[in-house]
Design a protein around this ligand. Structure first.
Ligand code: SAH
Length: 352
């Protein structure tokens, strides 16, 4: 039981079962007891570890890819260098260090962070003190925009549905025996899932992220109008299929209902939904993270860094390279999609 379990149980008893999305939103973003509101969950000592925390190579290569896209588009100035959900600010710090030598880039770039967590904003300010913070993408400046979102979309609440002969049953969080319990609503047709009737069977589970389309539309419109590019990196696949809701605490998978507010909750990203919302910007073919990083030259970069390392530091460096790229580790589960203005060349490492 957590402080949030009590208030969630009371809410469900008073107003009825809630959607998985409402449950996730409460657990992650509750201003007092929410997971992100109250802590820095990242890194070896935290609940989970992300690519930029595994190795500096990740942010460096992404920085150079964005700087190349900036040069390909005629070095516009000024530009917004945007990150959604920047965690500890490690990725952006690596981006800024790696792009420092690119003539004109640092002078053109103004860093904008979209971040809701006060605890993580404080961490980000330590590494990127000159950033400008936003609560949502809606207040980002209208100018050429080079954007990165790593493990941001997976933190947005999702609704879950099981297909049924008579329509879809939504997964809802109710109360049974004084505890939170998952249940299913009565079957009903759901217009937003009509396109999934062709590729699913009764019994299949699909997920829908209500906030995703609005965010991607806003980014796509800015990039198509003013120039720039976006790199979206996350676990997921072309289309959502199956239950991907996951709760992680201290690097272990736990029951999503057991400790609301104390475990990270995520779901795989539906990249087909990203692609649908991108217009008028153009989306790239979906790549795996491993292939993307190889194309950007991670192995050469790893070999160069290895020259100055030995002993445990070298072992850790080799393990980090493997962890980011190997199909059995993050290399295949994590996918990358780029957005660019119509007519612009695809981002380095990605194909049209
Ligand atoms: N990109 C970072 C952190 C990933 S964790 C990394 O790769 O290390 C998810 C991040 O998104 C955190 O910074 C979290 O506070 C932020 N976040 C989650 N939901 C958000 C929302 N609705 N709006 C803005 N930021 C959010």
């Amino acid at each position: 039981m957590t402080p949030l379990s009590d208030s969630l149980i009371r809410r469900v008893i008073q107003t009825g079962p809630i959607t998985v999305a409402d449950y996730m939103a409460e657990c992650l973003n509750h201003p007092e007891h929410g997971y992100y509101a109250t802590r820095d969950p990242l890194g070896r000592a935290g609940d989970f570890i992300t690519a930029p925390e595994i190795s500096q190579m990740f942010g460096e290569l992404i920085g150079l890819a964005l700087a190349q896209a900036w040069m390909d588009q005629g070095r516009p100035t000024p530009i917004a260098l945007v990150e959604l959900g920047p965690g500890r600010g490690t990725l952006m710090a690596d981006v800024l260090r790696a792009t420092g030598p690119v003539p004109g880039f640092a002078a053109a770039a103004q860093v904008h962070f979209v971040e809701t967590s006060p605890a993580l904003r404080a961490e980000q300010a330590k590494r990127v003190p000159d950033a400008i913070w936003h609560d949502t993408v809606n207040t980002l400046p209208q100018m050429p925009t080079f954007l990165i979102a790593n493990e941001f979309f997976d933190a947005l609440p999702i609704r879950q549905f099981t297909r049924d002969a008579a329509g879809w049953r939504e997964h809802v969080v109710g109360v049974e025996d004084d505890g939170l319990q998952l249940g299913l609503s009565s079957p009903a047709p759901i217009a937003l899932l009509d396109d999934r009737l062709v590729d699913t069977q009764p019994g299949d589970i699909v997920e829908h992220c209500p906030a995703l389309a609005g965010i991607v539309q806003s980014i796509g419109a800015t990039i198509a109008r003013h120039g720039g590019a976006a790199l979206i990196i996350d676990y997921g696949d072309w289309q959502s299929l199956g239950d991907t809701l996951q709760a992680v605490r201290a690097h272990e998978t736990v029951d999503p209902l057991a400790t609301p507010g104390d475990a990270d909750l995520t779901a795989h990203v539906d990249f087909a939904a990203v692609a649908r919302a991108a217009s008028p910007a153009v989306y790239s073919r979906l790549s795996t993270q491993g292939v993307f990083l190889e194309r950007l030259g991670i192995t050469q970069r790893a070999q160069m860094l290895a020259k100055s390392l030995s002993g445990a530091a070298l072992d850790q460096h080799i393990a980090a390279h493997r962890r980011l790229t190997h199909p059995g580790e993050m290399g295949e589960t994590f996918k990358v999609m780029g957005l660019t203005p119509p007519g612009a060349p695809p981002l380095p490492g990605l194909t049209a």
